[in-house]
Ligand binder design. Structure first.
Ligand code: FAD
Length: 600
């Protein structure tokens, strides 16, 4: 639909400048060269590029996925055309320092710029998203030779990169990675193994691809502490020339979504000639990956938000223009039909989409702010606090955006009626795309266990205490801005409930009753996510109230009134679920745990 903006510019400005004050970051040394002018410039470029260049390529690429031809993958012609322009946007190294060719942009701004591209064509921007993650691993842990040979070429977009973790027997359980790495006297290792689902694992966009690969060095200890990280190029440099490195594409998966980027099976070392270079120290591969995962998972969260946002705006336009039926009170069939947005149930679905999309986006920007402060905060204490909050918030952003984003994408199909079920309209494609976000970079269940088993109990519950302080500051601000006192009180009570439930479950863990502790980890994730998104809605309502108090006939009064209404919707319809979820977590209700595999 030509009128679909994909992402609301005014909402982005509201979040960046009015709620989270991104300009305050310019007082930090790392960002002192930036100002609102530079932020607005990159945002403007990102929007224009997303809408005018990337979005028109989305449907053709969804309809004709990349193909395996003669042992290699051929991407869609539109992808080849758009790739150099994507690189020119400079987003691969946007947040990285100038020394490595980056723009040293705050994550808050870079993440929102990425959001526009993802909403326009998720697969297309993923080639570079993966490259950024892989290059950052080399920047953080690789030696100077790897940086000079591989990282620089990846940050410039000359080569791309992948994350080659998954194997047929090692998906959620990376402990079971089997790919072998045998040391040689020449310093490199010889790799042998099979990887699956490697996104961007082969293509004809660039002359080389570097796979950041998990493998086990011969004689390494079993388990997670025996897994190392290697840089394995598709072609290696010998005498200044690129020669094949015994890395083979064994086939592409036929996927329900994300069709513009191939996910392939990758065979390493079929001819015992696949050379890889160790990144960092032996046996520390998983810990390196974990250190980088906050970044990758925040980006998966943004993918979920972007996909839900594109569909929300599509359904909003549709609801404003599709005439069907008449008001309940109209008895006269000769009167014109009304646009479906006039029907209360359609507005219910749109408001739910808005509450999910804008609640999740606020949380994404908040989390990106923690990423900025964790890296560049003014004091060690500020950095530590931001790091703990970032670490705890990441599985929540990732999972909330994926799970509720899927619900929001389904509502977009529903609002389109029967047309939504056809491929002539876009919502079904975005629904297919969205499903991946609850699977890759760790399934939602893995994140629920990470949140409950590691994040909230780390540092003796330090992050959870800090979260409580942040939420209390928001409810106090809302109270003085004149937001309905009942909303803040309900949120404060819910924070208390999270604390009690966490203590109870942590106690089970300490007593060695780990299965009982984890039995309702998904409900626990839902509980904490609901509270955290309520916090974001109270905060947005507080700012909206403040702005309206400054000037009741404000030019943006529609935006502010909409924020207050969406906050009310979320607080009144979602927050009450907290009690039921808390009850489930405390009760240890165990029917599915008891359900014998033979009884199904
Ligand atoms: C399109 C696509 C792109 C991908 N891109 C990449 C990529 O670029 N690089 C890469 O390395 N990987 C990639 N992956 C792989 C992805 O990360 C894995 O699919 C994911 O980690 C899940 O692993 P699995 O598919 O083996 O599922 P499994 O691990 O077999 O899980 C199946 C189900 O069992 C559940 N489960 C598993 N273990 C447990 C447990 N201990 N407790 C409770 N429940 C459990 C899971 O939650 C899930 O519901 C991609 C996957 C897809 C589909």
């Amino acid at each position: 639909m030509p009128n679909n903006p994909l992402v609301s510019d005014r909402n982005v400005e509201f979040l960046l400048y009015e709620v989270f004050d991104v300009e305050a970051l310019c007082h930090l040394n790392a960002y002192e060269e930036h100002s609102r002018e530079t932020f607005d410039l990159v945002l403007q470029n990102a929007r224009k590029f997303a809408r005018e260049v990337l979005f028109p390529t989305y449907k053709p690429m969804d309809e004709a996925p990349a193909q395996m031809v003669g042992g290699g993958i051929k991407v869609h012609p539109a992808m080849r055309e758009v790739y150099p322009h994507l690189v020119d946007q400079g987003m691969v190294a946007a947040t990285r320092p100038h020394e490595v060719g980056g723009q040293q942009l705050p994550h808050m701004v870079a993440t929102v710029c990425a959001l526009y591209g993802m909403a326009a064509n998720l697969s297309a921007v993923s080639y570079l998203g993966l490259t950024a993650g892989a290059a950052h691993l080399i920047e953080a842990f690789g030696n100077e030779a790897l940086k000079a040979e591989m990282m620089t070429r990846m940050y410039s977009g000359e080569w791309t990169g992948t994350m080659a973790l998954t194997e047929p027997q090692a998906g959620s359980s990376l402990t079971d990675v089997k790919t072998r790495a045998t040391p040689t006297e020449r310093g490199h290792y010889l790799l042998r193994g099979n990887k699956v689902f490697i996104s961007g694992g082969d293509h004809d966009l660039t002359e080389n691809i570097v796979h950041l690969t998990l493998a086990r060095i011969d004689e390494a200890p079993p388990g997670i502490k025996g897994v190392s990280l290697f840089a394995v190029p598709k072609k290696r440099l010998e005498g200044g020339k690129l020669v094949p490195n015994d890395v083979h594409c064994a086939g592409a998966f036929h996927k329900m979504g994300w069709r513009g980027i191939p996910s392939i099976a990758l065979n390493l070392g079929e001819n015992d000639d696949c050379q890889g270079w160790l990144v960092g120290e032996p046996h520390r591969g998983i810990s390196y990956m974990f250190q980088m995962m906050n970044e990758a998972r925040l980006m998966v969260g943004m993918q979920g938000i972007a996909t839900a946002s594109a569909a929300y705006h599509e359904s909003l336009e549709y609801a404003r223009t599709r005439p069907q039926g008449r008001p309940l009170t109209s008895k006269n069939p000769t009167t014109p039909q009304v646009p479906i947005i006039e029907h209360a149930d359609v507005r219910r679905m749109l408001l739910r989409q808005k509450a999910i999309v804008e609640g999740a986006l606020a949380l994404g920007v908040q989390t990106a702010r923690y990423a900025d402060l964790a890296a560049h905060g003014a004091t060690p204490d500020a950095r530590r606090r931001a790091f703990l909050l970032l670490d705890m918030m990441t599985p929540i952003v990732k999972s909330f955006a994926a799970e509720r984003g899927f619900e929001s994408n389904a509502l977009a199909v529903q609002i389109h009626g029967g047309y939504g079920y056809t491929s002539e309209y876009l919502p079904e494609a975005w629904l297919r795309d969205q499903k991946l976000n609850s699977l890759h970079e760790g399934t939602t269940c893995m994140h629920s266990m990470d949140l409950l088993g590691r994040k909230v109990v780390a540092d003796q519950g330090g992050a959870l205490r800090m979260l409580g302080e942040e939420i209390a500051a928001a409810t106090a601000r809302a109270a003085s801005a004149g937001v309905d006192a009942g909303w803040g009180a309900a949120l404060d009570r819910a924070v208390g409930t999270v604390g009690e439930v966490t203590m109870h479950l942590a106690g089970l863990g300490v007593a060695g009753q780990v299965e009982e502790m984890m039995c309702h980890s998904m409900d626990y994730l839902d509980l904490v996510s609901t509270v955290v998104v309520s916090w974001q809605w109270i905060l947005q309502a507080a700012v909206a109230k403040e702005k309206l108090a400054e000037s009741p006939s404000h030019a943006s009064s529609d935006l502010y009134e909409g924020k207050i209404c969406a906050a009310e919707y979320w607080i009144k319809t979602e927050l009450p679920r907290v009690e039921q979820l808390a009850h489930l977590c405390r009760s240890g209700e165990g029917s599915y745990d008891r359900m014998n595999a033979a009884w199904f």
